[in-house]
Design a binder for this molecule. Sequence first.
Ligand SMILES: C[S@@+](CC[C@H](N)C(=O)[O-])C[C@H]1O[C@@H](n2cnc3c(N)ncnc32)[C@H](O)[C@@H]1O
Length: 229
Amino acid sequence: MLDTSGAGLHKRGYRIEQGEAPLKETLAAALVKLSRWSPERPFVDPFTGSGTIAIEAALIGQNIAPGFNREFLAEEWPIIQPATWDQVREEAESLANYDQPLDILGTDIDHRMIKIASENSMEAGLGDLVTFKQMQVRDFTTDKQYGVIVGNPPYGERLSDRKAVELMYKEMGEVFSNYPTWSKYFLTSYEEFEQAYGTPATKRRKLFNGFIKTDYYQYWEKDLLEIRE
Ligand SMILES: C[S@@+](CC[C@H](N)C(=O)[O-])C[C@H]1O[C@@H](n2cnc3c(N)ncnc32)[C@H](O)[C@@H]1O
């Protein structure tokens, strides 16, 4: 067996700091892909933490190669010429669409996370392409239509946290029901999420967040629901 990567492939190289329960970058990218978001639509991560989901959305939105910011172990192998690496990096660079405008917002209740998320986004070379701001999820408001929300809220795994998390899920259900044209996606291990949120999901998908068994609760936008019905 040969290891061509060195550090795990989920390590993209932009996360200089992180919060308590960061998602692997690869899982964050998968959540964005599963949401069927396209770059002309607004995108919001209301529990942004270290910004992983919002940053991955921006990379996907501008078609930036996920490994552009890191090195690979195989770069030290004499069998692969440095020119080959330069060539594939140039190829990836030419495929990026830096002119693609994006409307991506990451919010979090914790202002320290907002600072970390902004720094990580800078490190990823995204400048101010992604907006980060401190906000509680229950204060979410927008006049935009057809956006996509992808969130990785706290799971309430400690018994003492369950009540607070349940209340927050209820507030999420109330606030997001005001935006029927938006699609909403939430990853949590909390098994009674739908009861607390107040609406059954359009679709659920089982996913592992590391060793934690979670569900990806999907609430599709109004038009998609009508097509399905
Ligand atoms: C599981 S972490 C998200 C981790 C993030 N996906 C990452 O990769 O770093 C959950 C985040 O939700 C935030 N949070 C907790 N309660 C909140 C609330 N009521 N409104 C908004 N954010 C909240 C926490 O500060 C924490 O950063």
